[in-house]
Design a protein around this ligand. Structure first.
Ligand SMILES: Nc1nc2c(ncn2[C@@H]2O[C@H](COP(=O)(O)OP(=O)(O)OP(=O)(O)O)[C@@H](O)[C@H]2O)c(=O)[nH]1
Ligand SMILES: [Mg+2]
Length: 274
């Protein structure tokens, strides 16, 4: 039987850790045990119970304080992740071997980890070897997505991670609860776009005409080939989390291999719960 994992990715501060803690709480409501593994060697505060923590293997200070290494925070993080990549046995041990387990990996916010450093790709390959079905949940702050050019640039970042990792991806616009009514409307336009309207919006003066054409071309590739799937997440609404989880479950075929329960079994389980 397979196990399931979401790699929670995205730029610094995009809401990855908050997303993990909301998913755990949502899991409690729908009676699904969702375990979170912290993969950020520099993380300090958690709102969710930590199932496993990379800092037990290596933490950022190990790389920065070491007199021979003397890394700064960014190089230090890459060093830690490469050390992690060489020690994936540690992760295997932490994951155990329970069937049907469901994990979230709360990843660091350094974008190069997903776009050109091979560590996350290796993690994905190993998880797949251990019979995990893995999807990427890529968060981008919706507040930085209400302009056409920023929206496209966020999409391209998600896309380059998707190409590197080769797993199903859900592109989540986070913190939608912070948007004004006007911005929500604008975002909706981008998510359900009329390509010509997109191309002719704010970048259509003569000086920026060429960029407008470029944006139009990029947008048409992304939309025409359905390369990136969007989801606007408002974590203040339970429905919004429920619907997102349905999308994610579909992408990893969660539950497809579960045994079909006889009505009597379901009744027995209900009585055990009470
Ligand atoms: N209003 C609102 N605030 C949010 C939401 N998600 C995250 N935040 C806030 O945004 C800030 C950053 O959120 P985090 O969850 O720490 O972001 P992160 O992506 O884990 O950050 P790094 O691990 O540093 O890359 C925190 O102050 C959160 O409280 C959201 O959906 N709505
Ligand atoms: Mg975080």
């Amino acid at each position: 039987m397979p196990r399931y994992a979401q790699l929670v990715l995205g730029p610094a501060g995009s809401g990855k850790s908050t997303y993990c803690s909301s998913m755990v709480k949502h899991g409690e409501v729908i009676k699904r045990t969702i375990n979170v593994i912290n993969l950020d060697p520099a993380a300090e505060h958690f709102d969710y119970p930590i199932f496993a923590d990379i800092r037990e293997l290596i933490e950022i200070d190990d790389a920065m304080d070491d007199q021979a290494l003397r890394f700064g925070p960014n190089g230090g993080l890459i060093f830690c992740m490469e050390y992690f990549e060489r020690n994936l046995d540690w992760l295997h041990e932490q994951l155990g071997d329970e069937e049907d387990d469901y994990f979230l990996f709360d990843c660091p916010g350094q974008i190069e980890l997903y776009t050109h450093v091979p560590v996350m790709r290796r993690v994905v390959e190993q998880l797949q070897n251990w019979n995990f079905r893995v999807c990427g949940v890529f968060l981008v702050d919706a507040q930085f997505s209400v302009e056409q050019s920023k929206f496209l640039s966020g999409m391209l970042t998600a896309l380059s991670s998707m190409i590197q990792l080769e797993i199903p991806f859900i592109h989540v616009l986070s913190k939608v609860d912070l948007l004004s009514k006007r911005d929500k409307k604008q975002l909706k336009k981008f998510m359900d776009p009329d390509i010509y309207q997109l191309a002719n919006s704010e970048l259509s003066n003569t000086f920026l005409g060429r960029y407008s054409q470029l944006n139009k071309a990029i947008a048409s590739v992304i939309y025409d080939y359905s390369l990136v799937k969007f989801y606007a997440l408002d974590m203040s609404k339970e429905d919004s989390i429920t619907n997102l989880l349905v999308e994610i479950d579909l992408s990893i075929q969660y539950g497809e291999d579960f045994d079909v329960k006889e009505p009597k079994e379901i009744e027995d389980n209900k009585q055990d719960d009470e």
